[in-house]
Design a protein around this ligand. Structure first.
Ligand code: F6R
Length: 368
């Protein structure tokens, strides 16, 4: 059932090109038609989309991290204010849900107790809800007013990889659809974005082929005590996910930081040899990120940078570089996550941890 792979996690990482492609453009309901984004299954009218004044994205764990990416994408592209919330916080804090608010719940399993409770809370207040769900017919899929499915297929490894990647795609598609209707993006820009979207599966494949290099590098960090992940903008969102992946399966403590926040505390934790994974995919933020890299290296950190092809400046400024192919700046998380997933996997493997079933964790959290 592992199809020749040593672990489900590795198999599922390798299924990402297909999962992403199936979610982008499901055969039974194509989402890209004549250079436009069409989301028939969503069942939201143009009028409803035009009336949205605010979006809440509510989820747990990695699904919450895709929500953080979603905030940057929705606000940047569709110019709709977005608040991202952890389901276990949202449901207990009497959130302000006015008319014109859309609540998006993201969940692979569709059964996470807090996410389901958050959905019910929003519905009870008469607010429109949209579920981004992987398991067809699950509770969240059944109860949300509108559903957008991700097509990752069954995910067995506790640490999510392919479901995470498909949730990102669903958010890009939604943001593009909303932008199209609200006319916040020109037709030309939309065409370019669609071409970039279509290239993602092949680009992910290319990055997966790098696994030996990443394994070699990962093997140097099996005894690490702390690892830090830093980024700005969507790269901050991916730092959150890179950090969670590492700690949940390798039991190495790690933290994600918005790079500009380092000097407000965390930088005191950097010691000689501490690994800092710096993600730099946003051209307008390169300079700021490079100065953050210099800050940590001055204090002895070893910097692994994940950046866009051709970013020579970063190569000079860091100790180890992984390049990702060129894509639209909104979509870079889909590529930058691949080396970070591989890194966590190989650290876990090298340490002899139970990669697919890390201690104390369950695949679907149905308790509150
Ligand atoms: C981490 C992971 C969890 C889930 C979280 C939400 O690798 O898998 O953090 O993302 O428990 O689960 P779903 O998406 O099923 O609601």
């Amino acid at each position: 059932e592992k199809g020749g792979y040593e672990h489900f996690m590795l198999k599922e990482m390798y299924e990402q090109p297909k999962a992403v492609s199936d979610t982008l453009n499901p055969k039974h309901d194509p989402h890209i038609v004549d250079g436009k984004i069409v989301l028939n299954e969503l069942g939201m009218t143009d009028e409803e989309i035009l009336k949205i004044k605010k979006i809440y994205i509510v989820a747990c764990g990695s699904a919450y991290h895709t929500g953080v990416t979603g905030k940057y994408v929705f606000e940047g592209m569709a110019r709709i204010p977005v608040e991202v919330d952890l389901a276990s916080e949202f449901r207990y804090r009497n959130p302000i849900l006015d008319e014109g608010t859309l609540v998006i719940i993201i969940s692979q399993s569709g059964e996470t107790a807090d996410s389901l409770a958050a959905l019910r809370e929003a519905k009870a207040r008469g607010i429109k809800t949209l579920g981004i769900v992987n398991v067809v017919g699950s509770s969240i899929a059944r109860e949300a007013d509108n559903v957008m499915y991700t097509w990752a297929g069954p995910e067995i490894a506790v640490a999510t990889t392919k479901a995470y990647s498909t949730q990102l795609i669903a958010l890009y598609l939604l943001a593009m659809r909303f932008s199209q209707i609200r006319k916040t993006v020109s037709e030309e820009e939309m065409e370019v974005m669609i071409q970039d979207l279509k290239r993602l599966p092949d680009q992910i494949e290319l990055l997966l082929a790098n696994k030996e290099k990443i394994q070699k590098f990962a093997n140097r960090y099996l005894a690490a005590k702390d690892v830090f992940f830093i980024g700005r903008g969507v790269d901050f969102a991916i730092s959150l996910e890179g950090s969670l992946k590492l700690k949940e399966i390798s039991y190495i403590h790690s933290e994600a930081y918005a790079a500009g926040e380092l000097k407000h505390g965390t930088i005191s934790l950097i010691e000689e040899g501490t690994l800092v994974a710096a993600v730099l995919t946003q051209e307008d933020l390169y300079k700021k990120m490079i100065s953050n890299i210099v800050e940590v290296r001055t204090r002895g950190a070893f910097v692994m940078a994940v950046t866009n092809e051709g970013n020579i400046e970063v190569e000079k400024a860091s100790d180890y570089v992984v390049y990702i192919p060129q894509t639209n700046s909104y979509f870079t998380n889909s590529l930058a996550i691949i080396p970070l997933q591989l890194f966590s996997y190989y650290v876990s493997l090298g340490k002899g941890c139970d990669v697919d079933k890390p201690r104390n964790l369950a695949k679907s959290v149905t308790v509150e």
